[in-house]
Design a protein around this ligand. Structure first.
Ligand code: ADA
Length: 559
């Protein structure tokens, strides 16, 4: 299938709810019924017939088990299964998970037999009205085991989780280390931080321990992304990581990194690739970041779901700050407690996965959800949960604008540290006047990030500045938006929509044909549209205006 011609083969989502597949134990299919599928991969990218498949599928393989130490534990770690998964070993159901983008584990130990074992995983990507997200999204509904699946061999007692971070408000000198073990035992763990802390004890009671150390680490920042090697040990288990130390806070309408006022020069990005689909590899992530740096970014919005875990690890390394979010997107069944549980679980799993990533500064709890009472209660609880689980980051959401009053009129704003605002003046709203009025009318008292603005443009299509879908029109929208946004001092950042064109069944005009064309770069990830240079020039000027004066620039100025 020509990947540029999604429009020819699109399958629109069903108007009536599609029932989820029955969660029954797998049948014994004939050997001939199985096809070989690589993991990790989206099934949509494996076979032309599966391109638009939405429904259930079984994965199966034989695990040859050679028992190791008598007390060894074997855990299956699944990086992501879109959207629901059920795990069976030797025909026995062992565990289930929902949420397309967060990892989960199933312990196999008690059910493994020496020799051949049959592992079966049922995965179902059917969109449903009570899920997070629900049926309507503006991205492609990829399915399958699209992130890595690993078998972990662990000692009887192992380190399940640990955190290493600066204590907020401690003057950047106090580091807290916490550890959680697999079982509620007492004992002593140790932690060592290269060049900072020799192996030091952490007393553990009922499986948990936490110690604060007075250290003076070099701080992490985009300009100087200093990382330290950290090793934790408990009994026979050891885990290692590389962590950065930084403090993110708000003061009035400002965002402070390590006490310094910052502006976030960002761009939004989806996980989507012509050949990989939603699966990311390291090269793809590094390319995203190289393009973001070429734009002059210090920040990215990872829209609209948790991205591959390497996205935050590589951002730590290359010095980019991140907004990371869960797919509480558009309409959600806000009054349904089960839907809340799904959203809260995805948030908790994301935070647990990325809590040691210095690059992640913001948790996004929602995107463009209409302001109803049920939504407010749902979102306020999510914001409180994010704060409870992680006091070292800020909470945000992409809010909507009141289009009659042209004001920030979202009750959720009271529950956020940073207000995200999606607005499409100059595109869906033909005039920019509303944006001018909005910025004058609003006194948010908190920092605002313009979390989306932009316009569709077909790479290579040219015309006048008001000719829709041309690069020239997209360029004109960027020029006007950037000029207007610069007038509002409380706008402390922006993540225009979006770095690359991405696949979506929603967009079916002749110009789009299955692609959202708001990318600054086409879906080949190479062809830059004219607006790319406009944003790059603007960000360069912003960075220059912020840079502390060097002797060189001082003398240049005095001449
Ligand atoms: C919304 C949504 C984005 C994107 C955008 C668009 O603002 O948050 O996911 O699809 O619309 O392109 O219209």
């Amino acid at each position: 299938i020509d990947p540029h011609d999604e429009g020819l083969r699109q399958k629109w989502y069903a108007d009536a709810p599609v029932p989820a597949s029955e969660w029954t134990a797998p049948r014994d299919y004939d050997d001939g019924a199985w096809q070989t599928a690589p993991v990790p991969a989206c099934w949509n990218m494996q076979h032309p017939e599966w391109r638009h498949y939405e429904g259930g599928a079984w994965y199966t393989r034989t695990l040859d088990h050679t028992p190791g130490q008598a007390d060894e534990r074997v855990v299956l770690h699944i990086g992501a299964a879109a959207y629901e998964a059920r795990v069976f070993l030797n025909g026995q159901f062992l565990g289930a998970h929902r949420g397309a983008s967060t990892p989960f584990c199933v312990e196999l130990t008690a059910h493994l037999r020496p020799g051949a074992n049959r592992l079966q995983i049922q995965v179902d990507n059917t969109r449903r009205a009570d899920r997070v997200p629900m049926r309507h999204t503006d991205w492609f509904n990829y399915g399958g085991l699209y992130r890595s699946v690993a078998l972990l061999r662990l000692p009887a007692l192992f380190i399940r989780d640990f955190g290493v971070a600066l204590v907020p408000g401690s003057g950047f000198g106090r580091v807290a280390v916490d550890v959680t073990l697999s079982d509620p035992v007492d004992g002593t763990a140790t932690v060592a931080i290269d060049g900072l802390l020799p192996p030091s004890p952490i007393p553990v009671a009922a499986g948990r321990g936490r110690v604060e150390f007075d250290l003076s680490p070099e701080l992490w920042s985009p300009e100087s992304p200093r990382l330290y090697g950290v090793t934790l040990r408990f009994g026979a288990d050891a885990v290692a990581d590389r962590v950065g130390f930084r403090e993110i806070a708000v003061a009035g309408e400002h965002i402070l990194l390590n006490g310094r006022d910052i502006t976030l020069r960002g761009v939004s990005v989806h996980e989507d690739d012509l050949t990989l689909g939603k699966t990311s590899d390291e090269a793809d992530i590094r390319r995203r970041y190289a393009d973001a740096k070429a734009l002059g970014c210090n920040f990215l919005r990872l829209a609209h779901y948790p991205h591959d875990p390497r996205a935050a690890a590589i951002a730590d390394e290359v010095g980019l700050m991140l907004w990371s979010e869960i797919p509480v997107y558009w309409a959600i069944d806000f009054a349904n407690p089960d839907t809340y549980e799904d959203a809260a679980n995805q948030l908790a799993e994301l935070i647990a996965r990325d809590r040691n990533r210095a690059s992640t500064i913001l948790w996004g709890v929602g995107n463009e959800n209409a302001d109803t009472d049920a939504r407010l209660s749902f979102m306020a609880r999510l914001a409180a949960l994010a704060r409870k689980l992680d006091p070292t980051r800020l909470v945000t959401a992409a809010c909507l604008i009141d289009r009659e009053r042209f004001a920030i009129a979202d009750r959720l704003a009271d529950h956020l540290d940073v207000i995200g605002l999606n607005e499409y003046f100059g595109w869906y709203e033909p005039s920019f006047d509303g944006l001018r009025r909005l910025l004058v009318n609003s006194a948010p008292g908190k920092p605002v990030i313009i979390s989306e603005f932009g316009a569709d443009a077909v790479a290579g299509l040219h015309g006048g500045p008001r000719d829709l879908f041309t690069e020239d029109c997209q360029e004109a929208v960027y020029r006007e938006q950037l000029a207007i946004l610069a007038t509002a001092p409380y706008v402390r950042g922006m993540t225009p929509w979006v770095l690359y064109d991405f696949r979506t069944e929603r967009r079916q005009t002749a110009f789009q044909r299955g692609w959202n064309r708001k990318g600054l770069i086409a879906e080949d990830k190479t062809t830059r549209k004219r607006a790319f240079a406009v944003l790059a020039e603007h960000y360069r000027a912003m960075a220059d205006a912020e840079a502390p004066a060097s002797p060189h620039t001082d003398s240049a100025k005095s001449r």
